[in-house]
Design a protein around this ligand. Structure first.
Ligand code: EPZ
Length: 416
């Protein structure tokens, strides 16, 4: 099993360019199943989850080629409707093929995604909403067996809870439904806006009619198109926090700063100096880090995917901070590892009391999930000595060339 060695402490200096968004690419790849025309996708990040989603599409009969920095996806002869456990179990976003398969073939058999380190991750909201479009389903031996004998019929659907995946699955499914679908109480993460932009580009009829409401009028066909996926805002936020925690001086490029306004404001409140340009954020970390209380929330709130990373920064603050994890029920797996490095973080239910003025010490560490593993790197960058991070396959799911990007800005890090 591969490991990462990090020799701290270093201040990150220079510039990092951000890759395409994993969490926009995954629903967009699933949505290509709607089309029988060639689709050209640019700026997909080279990360494991994208590879897994492409394997899943190929297992369904998609033809996927990579040529001149573009993925060419041809679903014209795609016929299969069975998404197997061995592909969906490693990447929960596999459930996003359910909507498009039902829209195109009126039936599908898709493995339940199963839970992961951060929570049980049910799909009840997806299934309840799909049944409003006329889908009948039963769950049997870990699979969803779903069908819509009369095809999907447009309907009004209000999500009982804001869910990124359920919003994506339903937007995609409704594109080929008969008639009009109105979805309310939708998640509005930038990745969902990117998905809607992609679907519009291939000829779907979708309009945001209120902050969290979207109207989809079913179409009969889609067209050939090229689309470039948005930047990865969580990767961008991770490197901004890395600069703040190492008192670095970093330019994070290829981004749209107004998409990460919340994160930028929090970093300013904590004491970092921030200069914003059209497609770049220049951050200078300060010696004195002010404490702050944070609650994770659906967009435009503070993203749960940056909670582990900001926790490392708050360990260095001048006083205690409180972090409330309001999205997932078990997203503090990084706390035990950070405490082994000298962190003094106390968990009470879904709240973490983060003691300030922590001096981390290098240690041998275990990654548990994608974002927790990157928080261990951030902590290791602030300590003298060698830290070793095990199970970095978690990291490779969502960060493209992370050690190369960090080395370029002064980190002493290597994969062994
Ligand atoms: C997406 O997961 C992201 N994944 C997650 O990023 C992200 O943390 C999450 O949204 C929240 O922003 C991708 O986009 C591939 P949800 P998703 O449905 O869609 C509960 C990363 O690190 N829920 O918004 O699974 C659920 O258990 C990953 O890149 C139900 O109860 O998130 C959770 O507590 C991690 N029933 C909450 O809602 C359902 O049917 C939010 O989940 C669906 C969700």
């Amino acid at each position: 099993m591969q490991k990462l060695e990090v020799f701290g402490a270093n201040k990150l200096k220079g510039q990092i360019s951000i890759s395409g968004s994993k969490n926009a690419s995954l629903p967009i790849l699933a949505a290509t199943l709607l089309s029988n025309k060639k689709i050209y996708l640019k700026n997909l990040p080279k990360v494991k989850d994208i590879e897994t989603m492409i394997n899943l599409l190929e297992s369904l009969g998609s033809k996927v080629k990579f040529h001149k920095k573009k993925f060419i996806i041809d679903n014209s002869s795609q016929k299969k409707k069975f998404a197997s456990y061995n592909l969906v179990k490693t990447m929960r976003a596999g459930i996003l093929v359910l909507g498009p398969l039902l829209a195109k073939f009126k039936n599908a058999k898709v493995s339940l995604p199963g839970g992961c380190a951060i929570g049980t991750r049910p799909i009840d909201i997806h299934l309840k909403a799909l049944s409003k479009l006329g889908v009948k389903y039963k769950i049997n031996q870990g699979y969803v067996h779903a069908n819509a004998p009369k095809g999907l019929i447009g309907s009004k659907i209000n999500f009982s809870k804001i869910s990124v995946g359920a919003t994506e699955n339903l937007i995609i499914a409704a594109c080929l439904a008969k008639g009009t679908t109105i979805l309310t109480n939708c998640a509005i993460e930038p990745e969902i806006k990117d998905l809607v932009n992609f679907l519009t580009t291939i000829g779907c009829n979708i309009k945001w009619v209120a902050k969290r409401s979207v109207k989809i009028v079913g179409v009969n066909d889609t067209k050939e198109a090229t689309y470039s996926v948005m930047f990865d805002r969580i990767e961008a936020g991770t490197y901004l926090i890395a600069a703040a925690v190492t008192e670095g001086n970093l330019k994070v490029k290829n981004i749209l700063p107004n998409v990460i306004k919340t994160e930028i404001n929090i970093l300013k409140n904590i004491g970092a100096k921030i200069n914003i340009k059209k497609d770049e954020v220049h951050i200078i970390g300060s010696k004195k880090i002010k404490n702050i209380n944070i609650k994770t929330a659906p967009y435009p709130g503070f993203p749960t995917d940056l909670q582990a990373q900001i926790m490392v920064l708050l360990c260095k603050a001048n006083k205690n901070s409180l972090i409330k994890e309001d999205i997932f029920e078990n997203r503090f797996m990084h706390v035990a590892e950070l405490n082994r490095m000298g962190g003094q973080i106390l968990i009470k239910g879904n709240q973490a009391i983060v003691k300030g003025n922590t001096k981390f010490a290098a240690a041998e560490l275990m990654a548990t999930d994608l974002r927790a593993s990157v928080s261990l790197i951030l902590a290791a960058l602030t300590t003298k000595g060698k830290s070793v991070i095990n199970r970095i396959y978690h990291l490779d799911r969502g960060y493209e060339n992370i050690e190369k990007k960090l080395k370029k800005v002064g980190a002493k890090i290597r994969r062994i």
